[in-house]
Design a protein around this ligand. Structure first.
Ligand code: FMN
Ligand code: SF4
Length: 510
């Protein structure tokens, strides 16, 4: 095959040479130059380079494979995927975020594209007596147990944790300014608080295992430090503290800041070495069992002058989670909220096995935490924040019905500021300036244009939640329970979610 390819290339080159000799115009000279360059490339591929066997066997032609490999995502997205099968977030879901963010037409023509008779199809039932959606209650939720003195009244939708480092400064500013405009909360992510987080929006200050913004390095190890933490925690913008154990995309791994994204500025904020890959440890060094954890939560709450303190994790071993909640009950001290992240959660960078095969999916994790808190009579004290591919009003209603008080969203807010799901967040090449530290790319994201989109997406999604709840004939978002949501099973019949998840008794009494 190699000889045939080389022969064809050389023959074409010779023909171009003959053409240029007999008809000496600019077009033919350009043709000859290209043909000669291809011949040189073919000789290089076939005889000189030794790294790629495929190129030695198929000179020049094999390079097309690399081009297609490189552009595979885009080809897939632009030419192959339909509205319902793109991953991780399908086109229909992406479109609704874009439309709500830009306040564009968000109605759909001609009828649903979903197969209503397929296994897994989910829906809610409407009432013959729908309510006026303007008067639906429950869009705000008060977080704070009896241990906390500065309770926080938050929106049912907030921006989930994403650090400066993982996201660009312009992305962080747009998110924070949008949160300020609409009056909801923005989680800092585990990378600490940067000046770009301080645009006036409410903050949930996340404390990860690297203790960035909450600790220091001692003999190469990151440790929690009361003074460093307090300085950030008492800022007026900080409304709640979230101690991160794990996230669904890489539970038990710890954060990863790729060297390319670890600029001088980010390294300074995190107090680490610039241009090196920064891996946060998988676990906390400040405590090592439930008793110490409860003491730590109270220490953090005291340092934060009574602000709500929560813990975030993706559910792993159910027994371990139950033991933790039991320990809260026995100590009569507990966090003010638990943030449950689903195994389907997003990330800037994660090892494949952790992303694909570790961690309980959100629905099962959420139901388990909700049931266990109820079992130990702690549901009134500890609120649940749920995250995992919540995009539209139905997702939010479903998670709320299964026990979430508040929903945190990461990727949908990324989409609202222009993410096109190119999935290059770990390479520093994000083409729309959302997940990169490359100055030129970052400049492409205009904060003054995107901040309003964050507000629009939040406001329009909350409005859509209210419209669905009104159509169901309920007065409040909190009135929707698992028994009101239905799913088609394998046999083609319909079950309610309280039956599927064993919540029947609870939903009847709650
Ligand atoms: C770019 C990016 C960065 C993230 N950084 C963090 C982080 O610093 N801390 C954390 O707890 N979760 C982090 N997450 C996870 C999200 O906060 C969230 O839990 C998860 O993506 C599920 O929400 P989603 O499905 O709405 O994206 C990150 C997610 C993304 C996409
Ligand atoms: S556009 Fe691509 S690289 Fe940028 S944030 Fe979105 S998925 Fe990540």
């Amino acid at each position: 095959m190699r000889d045939t390819i080389l022969a064809v290339i050389i023959v074409v080159n010779v023909l171009c040479g003959v053409l240029a000799y007999f008809i000496p115009d600019m077009g033919n000279y350009i043709l000859l130059t290209i043909a000669t360059a291809v011949t040189v490339l073919a000789i290089y591929d076939a005889f000189i380079q030794k790294k790629h066997s495929l190129m030695r066997a198929f000179p020049v032609v094999a390079r097309l494979r690399w081009v297609f490999e490189e552009e595979r995502e885009k080809i897939q997205q632009y030419f192959i995927e339909d509205d319902l099968n793109g991953t991780p977030i399908n086109r229909e879901k992406r479109s609704i975020v874009y439309q709500r963010s830009k306040r564009e037409v968000e109605t759909v023509p001609f009828g649903t594209q979903h197969n209503l008779y397929e296994k897994g199809y989910e829906f809610v039932k409407h009432s013959l007596f729908p309510k006026d959606h303007h008067h639906i209650e429950g869009e705000k939720v008060l977080i704070g147990s009896d241990k906390c003195t500065q309770k926080y009244n938050t929106s049912i939708i907030n921006i989930s944790a994403m650090s400066f480092g993982s996201l660009s400064k312009n992305a962080i500013m747009a998110l924070n300014q949008g949160a300020k405009m609409a009056g909801f909360a923005h989680n800092t992510g585990e990378g600490g608080i940067s000046p770009y987080h301080l645009q006036g929006g409410d903050l949930i200050f996340q404390v990860g295992t690297g203790y960035f913004g909450a600790g220091k390095s001692v003999k190469g190890k990151r440790v929690f430090d009361d003074a460093v933490f307090k300085e950030n925690a008492v800022r007026p913008e900080v409304k709640m503290i979230e101690i991160k154990f794990s996230q669904g995309a890489k539970p038990g791994h710890g954060g990863i800041l790729p060297a390319k994204k670890n600029t001088e500025e980010i390294a300074k904020i995190r107090a680490v070495e610039p241009h090196t890959t920064v891996d946060s440890p998988p676990g906390h060094s400040a405590f090592s069992n439930f008793d110490e954890m409860i003491v730590f939560i109270q220490r953090v709450r005291d340092l934060a002058e009574g602000k709500p303190v929560g813990v975030k994790f993706c559910v792993g071993d159910n027994e371990e989670i139950e033991n933790m909640i039991n320990a809260f009950a026995e100590a009569n001290n507990y966090p003010d909220f638990i943030a449950v992240d689903g195994g389907e959660g997003g990330t800037g960078a994660a090892p494949l096995e952790f992303s694909n095969y570790i961690g309980t999916p959100l629905l099962e994790g959420l139901v388990f935490v909700n049931k266990t808190l109820k079992k130990y009579n702690l549901k009134d004290q500890i609120k649940i924040i749920a995250s995992g591919k919540a995009i539209d009003a139905f997702d939010i209603i479903k998670y709320k019905a299964l026990g979430a008080d508040v929903i945190a969203m990461a990727r949908s807010f990324m989409l609202s500021i222009g993410c096109i799901q190119a999935r290059e967040c770990n390479l520093d090449t994000c083409p729309v300036g959302v997940a990169t530290q490359d100055e030129d790319l970052v400049e492409a994201l205009v904060v003054g244009d995107k901040n309003i989109r964050v507000k629009n997406y939040h406001d329009k999604t909350v409005a859509a939640v209210k419209e669905v709840v009104a159509a169901m004939g309920k007065d409040s978002i909190a009135d929707v329970k698992a028994k009101h949501i239905f799913r088609r099973n394998k046999a083609g019949d319909i079950d309610s979610l309280d039956t599927i998840y064993g919540l029947k008794e609870e939903s009847l009494v709650s």
